[in-house]
Design a protein around this ligand. Structure first.
Ligand SMILES: NC(=O)c1ccc[n+]([C@@H]2O[C@H](COP(=O)([O-])OP(=O)(O)OC[C@H]3O[C@@H](n4cnc5c(N)ncnc54)[C@H](O)[C@@H]3O)[C@@H](O)[C@H]2O)c1
Length: 294
Protein backbone atom coordinates (compact mmCIF):
# COMPACT_ATOMS: atom_id res chain seq x y z
CA UNK A 1 0.00 0.00 0.00
CA UNK A 2 2.16 2.82 -1.27
CA UNK A 3 -0.17 5.66 -1.92
CA UNK A 4 -3.72 6.07 -0.80
CA UNK A 5 -4.81 7.17 -4.27
CA UNK A 6 -4.88 3.57 -5.51
CA UNK A 7 -7.91 2.26 -3.70
CA UNK A 8 -8.91 -1.29 -4.50
CA UNK A 9 -9.78 -2.68 -1.06
CA UNK A 10 -12.69 -1.12 0.79
CA UNK A 11 -13.90 -1.98 4.28
CA UNK A 12 -17.43 -1.08 5.35
CA UNK A 13 -18.53 -0.97 8.97
CA UNK A 14 -22.26 -1.28 9.62
CA UNK A 15 -24.36 -3.54 7.39
CA UNK A 16 -27.69 -1.71 7.81
CA UNK A 17 -29.56 0.13 5.07
CA UNK A 18 -26.66 2.37 4.09
CA UNK A 19 -23.70 0.01 4.64
CA UNK A 20 -25.44 -2.63 2.49
CA UNK A 21 -26.08 -0.12 -0.29
CA UNK A 22 -22.49 1.16 -0.22
CA UNK A 23 -21.17 -2.43 -0.31
CA UNK A 24 -23.46 -3.19 -3.28
CA UNK A 25 -22.20 -0.24 -5.32
CA UNK A 26 -18.50 -0.73 -4.46
CA UNK A 27 -18.74 -4.43 -5.41
CA UNK A 28 -20.57 -3.60 -8.65
CA UNK A 29 -17.71 -1.37 -9.75
CA UNK A 30 -15.03 -3.95 -9.01
CA UNK A 31 -13.80 -3.02 -5.56
CA UNK A 32 -12.85 -5.78 -3.15
CA UNK A 33 -15.31 -5.23 -0.28
CA UNK A 34 -15.23 -6.41 3.32
CA UNK A 35 -18.50 -5.88 5.21
CA UNK A 36 -18.64 -5.90 9.01
CA UNK A 37 -21.42 -5.38 11.55
CA UNK A 38 -21.41 -5.80 15.32
CA UNK A 39 -24.58 -7.91 14.96
CA UNK A 40 -23.50 -11.04 13.09
CA UNK A 41 -27.02 -11.93 11.90
CA UNK A 42 -27.31 -8.46 10.30
CA UNK A 43 -24.40 -9.23 7.93
CA UNK A 44 -26.04 -12.43 6.70
CA UNK A 45 -29.36 -10.61 6.20
CA UNK A 46 -27.53 -7.82 4.43
CA UNK A 47 -25.78 -10.17 1.99
CA UNK A 48 -29.12 -11.85 1.19
CA UNK A 49 -30.84 -8.51 0.59
CA UNK A 50 -27.94 -7.15 -1.52
CA UNK A 51 -28.17 -10.21 -3.75
CA UNK A 52 -31.99 -9.93 -4.02
CA UNK A 53 -31.81 -6.25 -4.88
CA UNK A 54 -29.09 -6.88 -7.48
CA UNK A 55 -31.24 -9.63 -9.02
CA UNK A 56 -34.23 -7.26 -9.21
CA UNK A 57 -32.11 -4.52 -10.81
CA UNK A 58 -30.75 -7.03 -13.33
CA UNK A 59 -34.27 -8.28 -14.18
CA UNK A 60 -35.33 -4.68 -14.77
CA UNK A 61 -32.22 -4.26 -16.98
CA UNK A 62 -30.90 -1.49 -14.76
CA UNK A 63 -27.63 -3.41 -14.32
CA UNK A 64 -25.83 -5.92 -16.54
CA UNK A 65 -25.29 -9.61 -15.84
CA UNK A 66 -21.62 -8.84 -15.18
CA UNK A 67 -22.61 -6.18 -12.64
CA UNK A 68 -24.84 -8.74 -10.94
CA UNK A 69 -22.02 -11.28 -10.83
CA UNK A 70 -19.59 -8.66 -9.48
CA UNK A 71 -22.02 -7.70 -6.71
CA UNK A 72 -22.43 -11.34 -5.69
CA UNK A 73 -18.73 -12.19 -5.75
CA UNK A 74 -16.87 -9.06 -4.56
CA UNK A 75 -18.29 -8.78 -1.01
CA UNK A 76 -16.79 -10.81 1.81
CA UNK A 77 -18.33 -10.77 5.25
CA UNK A 78 -16.23 -10.08 8.31
CA UNK A 79 -17.01 -10.76 11.93
CA UNK A 80 -13.68 -9.48 13.19
CA UNK A 81 -12.26 -5.98 12.75
CA UNK A 82 -8.75 -7.51 12.64
CA UNK A 83 -9.65 -8.41 9.01
CA UNK A 84 -9.47 -4.69 8.16
CA UNK A 85 -5.66 -4.55 8.34
CA UNK A 86 -5.25 -4.55 4.53
CA UNK A 87 -8.05 -2.07 3.71
CA UNK A 88 -7.08 1.14 1.89
CA UNK A 89 -10.38 2.89 2.56
CA UNK A 90 -12.70 2.24 5.48
CA UNK A 91 -16.23 3.65 5.34
CA UNK A 92 -18.07 3.74 8.64
CA UNK A 93 -21.87 3.45 8.22
CA UNK A 94 -22.90 2.38 11.72
CA UNK A 95 -25.72 3.74 13.89
CA UNK A 96 -25.92 7.55 14.06
CA UNK A 97 -24.42 7.94 17.57
CA UNK A 98 -21.20 9.80 18.14
CA UNK A 99 -19.93 7.48 20.89
CA UNK A 100 -20.52 4.38 18.75
CA UNK A 101 -18.63 5.90 15.83
CA UNK A 102 -15.74 7.07 18.03
CA UNK A 103 -15.41 3.67 19.66
CA UNK A 104 -15.33 1.96 16.23
CA UNK A 105 -12.44 4.22 15.14
CA UNK A 106 -10.63 3.66 18.45
CA UNK A 107 -10.79 -0.12 17.95
CA UNK A 108 -9.70 0.15 14.32
CA UNK A 109 -6.67 2.44 14.75
CA UNK A 110 -4.18 -0.15 16.08
CA UNK A 111 -5.28 -2.59 13.35
CA UNK A 112 -5.38 -0.60 10.11
CA UNK A 113 -2.57 0.44 7.77
CA UNK A 114 -1.03 3.86 8.48
CA UNK A 115 -1.96 5.02 4.94
CA UNK A 116 -5.59 3.93 5.12
CA UNK A 117 -8.23 6.63 4.69
CA UNK A 118 -11.07 6.76 7.21
CA UNK A 119 -14.48 7.94 6.02
CA UNK A 120 -17.84 8.29 7.70
CA UNK A 121 -21.33 8.28 6.20
CA UNK A 122 -22.76 10.33 9.07
CA UNK A 123 -25.70 12.63 8.24
CA UNK A 124 -25.16 15.07 11.06
CA UNK A 125 -22.14 14.51 13.31
CA UNK A 126 -19.18 16.88 12.93
CA UNK A 127 -16.50 15.39 10.65
CA UNK A 128 -13.86 17.55 12.31
CA UNK A 129 -14.78 16.26 15.79
CA UNK A 130 -14.77 12.60 14.67
CA UNK A 131 -11.45 13.19 12.86
CA UNK A 132 -9.91 14.65 16.01
CA UNK A 133 -10.70 11.41 17.84
CA UNK A 134 -8.39 9.49 15.45
CA UNK A 135 -4.63 9.40 14.79
CA UNK A 136 -5.11 10.69 11.19
CA UNK A 137 -7.32 13.79 11.11
CA UNK A 138 -5.74 14.70 7.73
CA UNK A 139 -6.91 11.40 6.20
CA UNK A 140 -10.43 11.55 7.61
CA UNK A 141 -13.40 12.65 5.49
CA UNK A 142 -17.21 12.57 5.23
CA UNK A 143 -18.78 10.62 2.34
CA UNK A 144 -22.53 11.06 2.56
CA UNK A 145 -24.29 8.61 0.25
CA UNK A 146 -28.01 9.07 -0.41
CA UNK A 147 -30.63 6.42 0.30
CA UNK A 148 -31.15 4.03 -1.58
CA UNK A 149 -27.46 4.01 -2.51
CA UNK A 150 -27.69 1.83 -5.67
CA UNK A 151 -30.27 4.21 -7.16
CA UNK A 152 -29.23 7.70 -6.05
CA UNK A 153 -26.52 9.42 -8.12
CA UNK A 154 -25.30 11.92 -5.53
CA UNK A 155 -22.62 11.67 -2.86
CA UNK A 156 -21.82 14.67 -0.65
CA UNK A 157 -18.14 14.91 0.24
CA UNK A 158 -17.53 16.72 3.51
CA UNK A 159 -14.14 18.17 4.28
CA UNK A 160 -13.32 18.50 7.94
CA UNK A 161 -11.06 21.41 8.88
CA UNK A 162 -8.11 19.01 8.99
CA UNK A 163 -8.87 16.92 5.86
CA UNK A 164 -5.94 17.24 3.44
CA UNK A 165 -6.08 17.60 -0.37
CA UNK A 166 -4.65 14.15 -1.09
CA UNK A 167 -7.47 12.53 0.88
CA UNK A 168 -10.06 14.76 -0.76
CA UNK A 169 -8.81 14.06 -4.32
CA UNK A 170 -8.54 10.33 -3.62
CA UNK A 171 -12.17 10.26 -2.51
CA UNK A 172 -13.37 12.37 -5.46
CA UNK A 173 -11.65 9.85 -7.74
CA UNK A 174 -13.14 6.91 -5.83
CA UNK A 175 -16.69 8.33 -6.07
CA UNK A 176 -16.35 8.89 -9.82
CA UNK A 177 -15.35 5.21 -10.20
CA UNK A 178 -18.69 4.32 -8.58
CA UNK A 179 -20.42 6.28 -11.37
CA UNK A 180 -21.75 8.75 -8.80
CA UNK A 181 -21.57 12.52 -8.83
CA UNK A 182 -19.80 14.20 -5.94
CA UNK A 183 -20.60 17.61 -4.50
CA UNK A 184 -18.44 19.16 -1.81
CA UNK A 185 -19.59 20.69 1.44
CA UNK A 186 -17.75 22.25 4.33
CA UNK A 187 -18.39 20.66 7.69
CA UNK A 188 -21.65 22.16 8.90
CA UNK A 189 -24.60 20.13 10.26
CA UNK A 190 -26.88 18.69 7.55
CA UNK A 191 -24.38 19.62 4.77
CA UNK A 192 -26.17 20.62 1.51
CA UNK A 193 -29.14 18.38 0.66
CA UNK A 194 -30.64 18.02 4.14
CA UNK A 195 -29.88 21.68 4.98
CA UNK A 196 -32.12 22.73 2.07
CA UNK A 197 -34.62 19.87 2.08
CA UNK A 198 -35.50 19.39 5.74
CA UNK A 199 -36.16 23.10 6.56
CA UNK A 200 -38.46 23.12 3.51
CA UNK A 201 -40.39 20.16 4.94
CA UNK A 202 -40.46 21.95 8.32
CA UNK A 203 -41.91 25.04 6.59
CA UNK A 204 -44.67 22.91 5.05
CA UNK A 205 -45.47 21.69 8.58
CA UNK A 206 -45.69 25.32 9.78
CA UNK A 207 -48.17 26.05 6.97
CA UNK A 208 -50.34 23.22 8.30
CA UNK A 209 -49.75 24.23 11.97
CA UNK A 210 -50.74 27.85 11.32
CA UNK A 211 -53.95 26.72 9.59
CA UNK A 212 -52.93 28.28 6.30
CA UNK A 213 -53.77 25.13 4.34
CA UNK A 214 -54.48 21.41 4.73
CA UNK A 215 -52.36 18.30 4.14
CA UNK A 216 -53.75 17.49 0.69
CA UNK A 217 -53.47 21.03 -0.64
CA UNK A 218 -49.94 21.59 0.70
CA UNK A 219 -48.70 18.39 -1.00
CA UNK A 220 -50.67 19.09 -4.16
CA UNK A 221 -49.27 22.63 -4.30
CA UNK A 222 -45.67 21.49 -4.33
CA UNK A 223 -46.27 18.56 -6.70
CA UNK A 224 -48.08 20.63 -9.32
CA UNK A 225 -46.59 24.04 -8.56
CA UNK A 226 -42.93 23.13 -8.11
CA UNK A 227 -42.90 19.82 -10.01
CA UNK A 228 -41.78 17.84 -6.94
CA UNK A 229 -42.45 14.09 -7.32
CA UNK A 230 -43.74 13.91 -3.72
CA UNK A 231 -45.41 16.56 -1.60
CA UNK A 232 -43.41 17.79 1.43
CA UNK A 233 -45.64 16.15 4.06
CA UNK A 234 -45.71 12.88 2.14
CA UNK A 235 -41.93 13.06 1.85
CA UNK A 236 -41.49 13.83 5.57
CA UNK A 237 -43.56 10.72 6.38
CA UNK A 238 -41.37 8.70 3.98
CA UNK A 239 -38.08 9.91 5.53
CA UNK A 240 -39.40 9.40 9.08
CA UNK A 241 -40.61 12.25 11.30
CA UNK A 242 -38.08 11.35 14.02
CA UNK A 243 -35.27 11.69 11.47
CA UNK A 244 -36.68 15.04 10.25
CA UNK A 245 -36.89 16.29 13.84
CA UNK A 246 -33.37 15.22 14.69
CA UNK A 247 -31.96 16.94 11.56
CA UNK A 248 -33.86 20.16 12.39
CA UNK A 249 -32.52 20.04 15.95
CA UNK A 250 -28.97 19.59 14.68
CA UNK A 251 -29.30 22.58 12.27
CA UNK A 252 -31.04 24.70 14.93
CA UNK A 253 -28.42 23.94 17.59
CA UNK A 254 -25.53 24.25 15.13
CA UNK A 255 -26.63 27.65 13.79
CA UNK A 256 -28.40 29.11 16.82
CA UNK A 257 -30.76 30.70 14.29
CA UNK A 258 -34.46 30.69 15.26
CA UNK A 259 -35.51 30.32 11.63
CA UNK A 260 -34.56 26.66 11.98
CA UNK A 261 -36.73 25.92 15.03
CA UNK A 262 -38.56 22.61 14.59
CA UNK A 263 -42.29 23.03 13.97
CA UNK A 264 -44.22 22.24 17.21
CA UNK A 265 -46.49 19.93 15.23
CA UNK A 266 -43.46 17.84 14.24
CA UNK A 267 -42.35 17.65 17.87
CA UNK A 268 -45.88 16.63 18.97
CA UNK A 269 -46.17 13.93 16.33
CA UNK A 270 -42.81 12.41 17.23
CA UNK A 271 -43.69 12.50 20.95
CA UNK A 272 -46.96 10.71 20.12
CA UNK A 273 -45.02 7.99 18.26
CA UNK A 274 -46.38 9.17 14.90
CA UNK A 275 -43.18 8.69 12.92
CA UNK A 276 -44.65 8.53 9.41
CA UNK A 277 -44.78 5.48 7.14
CA UNK A 278 -42.63 3.27 9.33
CA UNK A 279 -45.05 3.57 12.30
CA UNK A 280 -48.20 3.54 10.16
CA UNK A 281 -49.14 7.14 10.94
CA UNK A 282 -47.74 10.62 10.46
CA UNK A 283 -49.23 13.39 8.34
CA UNK A 284 -51.06 10.53 6.63
CA UNK A 285 -52.66 7.41 8.08
CA UNK A 286 -51.29 4.31 6.35
CA UNK A 287 -53.70 1.74 7.83
CA UNK A 288 -55.84 1.62 4.65
CA UNK A 289 -54.73 0.79 1.10
CA UNK A 290 -54.67 4.47 0.17
CA UNK A 291 -53.02 6.82 2.70
CA UNK A 292 -55.42 9.48 4.02
CA UNK A 293 -54.53 12.69 5.89
CA UNK A 294 -54.45 12.05 9.66
N1 LIG B 1 -30.99 6.02 6.40
C1 LIG B 1 -30.70 7.05 5.63
O1 LIG B 1 -31.54 7.54 4.84
C2 LIG B 1 -29.31 7.64 5.66
C3 LIG B 1 -28.90 8.45 4.60
C4 LIG B 1 -27.59 8.96 4.60
C5 LIG B 1 -26.74 8.68 5.67
N2 LIG B 1 -27.18 7.90 6.72
C6 LIG B 1 -26.23 7.60 7.80
O2 LIG B 1 -25.69 6.30 7.60
C7 LIG B 1 -25.40 5.68 8.87
C8 LIG B 1 -26.13 4.36 8.97
O3 LIG B 1 -27.51 4.57 8.83
P1 LIG B 1 -28.52 3.38 8.43
O4 LIG B 1 -29.77 4.03 7.99
O5 LIG B 1 -27.82 2.40 7.55
O6 LIG B 1 -28.75 2.71 9.87
P2 LIG B 1 -29.17 1.21 10.20
O7 LIG B 1 -29.78 1.26 11.56
O8 LIG B 1 -29.92 0.60 9.08
O9 LIG B 1 -27.75 0.45 10.30
C9 LIG B 1 -26.79 0.71 11.28
C10 LIG B 1 -25.99 -0.57 11.52
O10 LIG B 1 -24.87 -0.26 12.38
C11 LIG B 1 -24.64 -1.40 13.17
N3 LIG B 1 -23.80 -1.07 14.31
C12 LIG B 1 -24.16 -0.46 15.47
N4 LIG B 1 -23.09 -0.36 16.28
C13 LIG B 1 -22.04 -0.91 15.62
C14 LIG B 1 -20.67 -1.11 15.94
N5 LIG B 1 -20.17 -0.72 17.11
N6 LIG B 1 -19.88 -1.72 15.04
C15 LIG B 1 -20.40 -2.11 13.84
N7 LIG B 1 -21.67 -1.95 13.49
C16 LIG B 1 -22.49 -1.35 14.36
C17 LIG B 1 -26.05 -1.88 13.54
O11 LIG B 1 -26.02 -3.24 13.97
C18 LIG B 1 -26.80 -1.67 12.23
O12 LIG B 1 -26.81 -2.84 11.44
C19 LIG B 1 -25.80 6.71 9.93
O13 LIG B 1 -24.66 7.45 10.26
C20 LIG B 1 -26.82 7.58 9.19
O14 LIG B 1 -26.91 8.88 9.72
C21 LIG B 1 -28.44 7.36 6.72
Amino acid sequence: METSSKITKVGIIGAGQMGSGIAHVCAQFGFDVLLYDIAKEVIDDSLISIEKQAKRLHEKQRITKNDYKAICSNILKSTNLEDFSDRELIIEAATEEEEIKKSIFKTLLPIIHHNAILATNTSSISITRLAAATDRPQAFIGVHFMNPVPVMKLVEIIKGITTDDVTYQTIIDFISKLDKTAVTSQDFPAFIVNRILVPMLNEAMFILYEGISNVNDIDQAMKLGANHPMGPLELADFIGLDTCLSIMQVIFNGSGDSKYRPCPLLVNYVEAGWLGRKSGKGFYDYSQNVPVPS
